[in-house]
Design a protein around this ligand. Structure first.
Ligand code: BES
Ligand code: MN
Ligand code: ZN
Length: 517
C-alpha cells in the first residue's frame, strides 16, 4: 500500500472514504472531526447523542454522505463516506492507540473494498502528540493491520471462513491529510519511519508463517542473506564445521537429530565503526521446527512449533529497519538456526555436552533446546566483543502461564539496559514485565554430573531458563526476552492478525535507535 501525505482540507478532499476520529465521552467533536460534523449539519453530534457513535476504542462507524449521488456537487463534504474511528478515553491515549485504531480502520476500509481513502492525523490535534510520530504510528499500524500471508491459498477464501482478513479487497493508497504545507515534509519522514518499523515486523511474520518444510535453517539463512545484501548489511553464516571448531557443542547437540544442516547466522550493521565498543548484540532463538527431540512433544503442542524461530525472525527483520534508519551504533544480529528432531543420531536425555566457554551441560530434557542454542550464541557474542546482549526467544510455555498474552517476560542483570528495553517496549506497544532471577530458582538448574543441567523442571520454568542463559552471559549487560506467549496470535486484534505477530522486531528497532541516542 502507498501512503501519501497531501495538503488538504478534511471537508473538501474528494475521496471514497475520509477517516476522522472521536474520543470517548466527547459530545461535540472539535478539530477536523468537528469541521466535518458542522459541514454535515451536526450529523455526527446527533449520532453521538443517539448512542450510535460512542468513541469507544476500536469502534468504527461509516456514514454515507450522499457525495455518491447525482447531486454530488450539493454534498456538504467531498468524501463519499465519513468513517468515524473511536479512540477510547483521552486519558489512555498514546501512540499504540493510534497504531491499533489505524490497523482496525485499514482492515475496515479494505473490507469496504475501497481502493483508496484519506485520514486526518489522529493524535496531532486534540491528542497533543508529536505530529510526525503520529503519522509514523498511522503508517505503522495500517501496514501491520493489513498484513496477510496467503502464499499457499489457491483462492483467497478457500476455507470459507469469510473473515475480514481473508476478503478480496485491497487498499492501494492511504492519504494522510494535512492543512499546512510547512508540516508535510515532517509527516512524510514519520511515514517512512513507520514503514520501516512495519516492514521489520512483517518480514519477521513472513518467516514465522512459512511452513517448516519450506523454512529450514538453510532457507532461513538464504532469506536473511538476500535481505541483508539488499540492505547493505554484512552477512556471514558459520557452517557446522566452523561451529564445531569454535567449540559450540551445546548448539550442535540440538541439530544432531536432524538431517537439515544447522546455520549459525551473523548479520552486522556498522553504524559507528570508529567506536567498536558502542555495540549491541541481538540474539534470536532460531529453531525452525521444535519437535521436542527425543523428549518428544505431544502432537497438540507441536503444531505451532514452526514458529520457534520467532526470536531469530525478529532480529533479522529488525536489522533491515536498522539499516534503513541508520542509527549511530554497531548492531550485530545472531541466529543459531537449527531443527530439533528425534532420530538415531539425536541427543539423548542424559547426554553431557560442552558449550563454547567450556562449561559442561547435562541435557536432561531435549525439549529445553532453545537455551542450548542461545548458550553458544551468547558465548560467541562475548568472544567477539559484545558490550550489551539482548536475547529474544520463544523459550518457555511457562511464560504464558505466568503472564498470559499481555506481556513479554523479561530478565536482566543490568538496570540501565533493562530500563532502555522497558522504555522501548512500552513505546512500541509490546510491553515487557520483569521477572526475578531469584537464587532459590537458580538452584533448580544444579546438575549431579555436570556444571549445569538444561532444565530445572516444572517450577519457575521461565526463570530457570533465564538463569541458564545468564550462566553464559555472566557479567555482560544482558536482557533476556521470552516471547513464547505472544509470538503467534489466534485472533485479529489491533495490529495483529491471525498467525505470526512479528513480536519484538519493532521493540528492537526502537531500542537500537534509543541506545544510539
Ligand atoms: N519452544 C518451546 C517453548 C514454547 C512453548 C514456545 C509454547 C511457544 C509456545 C521450548 O523449546 C520448550 O519446549 N520449552 C519447554 C521447556 C521444558 C522442557 C523445560 C516448555 O516450555 O515446556
Ligand atoms: Mn522445546
Ligand atoms: Zn523450542
Amino acid at each position: 500500500m502507498e501512503i501519501n501525505v497531501i495538503q488538504g482540507n478534511a471537508t473538501q478532499h474528494p475521496t471514497p472514504g475520509l477517516v476522522v476520529n472521536l474520543f470517548e465521552g466527547v459530545t461535540t467533536p472539535g478539530g477536523a472531526t468537528g469541521a466535518v460534523d458542522t459541514a454535515l449539519g451536526g450529523l455526527i453530534s446527533r449520532l453521538i447523542e443517539s448512542g450510535e457513535i460512542s468513541g469507544s476504542k476500536g469502534e468504527i462507524r461509516v456514514i454515507h454522505t450522499g457525495a455518491l449521488t447525482a447531486s454530488a456537487d450539493a454534498s456538504p463534504v467531498s468524501a463519499e463516506r465519513v468513517i468515524v474511528a473511536g479512540l477510547g478515553p483521552s486519558g489512555d491515549f498514546d501512540y499504540d492507540t493510534i497504531r491499533s485504531v489505524s490497523a482496525s480502520v485499514a482492515r475496515k476500509l479494505r473490507s469496504l473494498k475501497l481502493p483508496t481513502a484519506a485520514t486526518i492525523v489522529h493524535g496531532a490535534g486534540i491528542g497533543g502528540l508529536d505530529p510526525a510520530d503520529c503519522a509514523e504510528a498511522i503508517a505503522e499500524g495500517s501496514l501491520l493491520g493489513l498484513y496477510r500471508f496467503d502464499r499457499y491459498k489457491s483462492s483467497s477464501d478457500s476455507n470459507g471462513s469469510g473473515d475480514s482478513d481473508s476478503t478480496n479487497g485491497s487498499l492501494e493508497t492511504l492519504e494522510i491529510l494535512e492543512l499546512e504545507a510547512s508540516k508535510i515534509a515532517d509527516l512524510e519522514s514519520g511515514v517512512s519511519r513507520g514503514r520501516a518499523y512495519a516492514d521489520a515486523a512483517c518480514m519477521a511474520r513472513d518467516l514465522v508463517n512459512e511452513p517448516p518444510n519450506v523454512l529450514t535453517p538453510s532457507e532461513l539463512a538464504s532469506r536473511a542473506q538476500d535481505a541483508s545484501s539488499d540492505s547493505g548489511l554484512d552477512f556471514e553464516v558459520l557452517e557446522a564445521d566452523a561451529c564445531r571448531a569454535l567449540g559450540m557443542g551445546s548448539y550442535l547437540s540440538v541439530s544432531a537429530g536432524s538431517v537439515e544442516p544447522p546455520k549459525f547466522i551473523h548479520i552486522t550493521y556498522s553504524g559507528d565503526s570508529a567506536a567498536p565498543k558502542n555495540n549491541v548484540w541481538l540474539i534470536g532463538k532460531g529453531i525452525t521446527f521444535d519437535s521436542g527431540g527425543l523428549s518428544l512433544k505431544p502432537p497438540g503442542s507441536m503444531v505451532t512449533m514452526k514458529g520457534d524461530m520467532g526470536g531469530g525472525a525478529a532480529v533479522i527483520g529488525a536489522m533491515q529497519a536498522i539499516a534503513a534508519l541508520k542509527p549511530k551504533i554497531n548492531v550485530h544480529a545472531v541466529c543459531a538456526a537449527t531443527e530439533n528432531m528425534p532420530s538415531g543420531s539425536a541427543t539423548r536425555p542424559g547426554d553431557v555436552v560442552q558449550a563454547m566457554n567450556g562449561k559442561y551441560i547435562e541435557v536432561v530434557n531435549t525439549d529445553a533446546e532453545g537455551r542450548l542454542t542461545l548458550a553458544d550464541a551468547v558465548c560467541y557474542a562475548r568472544d567477539n566483543g559484545a558490550s550489551r546482549i539482548v536475547d529474544i526467544a520463544t523459550l518457555t510455555g511457562a511464560v504464558s502461564i505466568a503472564l498470559g498474552k499481555g506481556h513479554i517476560g523479561g530478565f536482566s542483570n543490568n538496570e540501565s539496559l533493562w530500563k532502555s528495553v522497558d522504555d522501548a517496549a512500552a513505546r512500541q506497544g509490546e510491553p515487557v514485565w520483569r521477572l526475578p532471577l531469584s537464587n532459590t530458582s537458580k538452584q533448580l538448574n544444579r546438575s549431579e554430573v555436570a556444571d549445569i543441567k538444561n532444565s530445572g523442571g516444572r517450577l519457575a520454568g521461565s526463570i530457570t531458563a533465564a538463569h541458564f542463559i545468564h550462566e553464559f552471559a555472566e557479567d555482560t549487560p544482558w536482557v533476556h526476552l521470552d516471547i513464547a506467549a505472544i509470538n503467534m496470535s489466534d485472533s485479529v486484534s489491533g495490529v495483529n492478525v491471525r498467525g505470526a505477530t512479528g513480536a519484538s522486531a519493532r521493540l528492537l528497532v526502537r531500542l537500537v535507535e534509543d541506545l544510539a541516542g
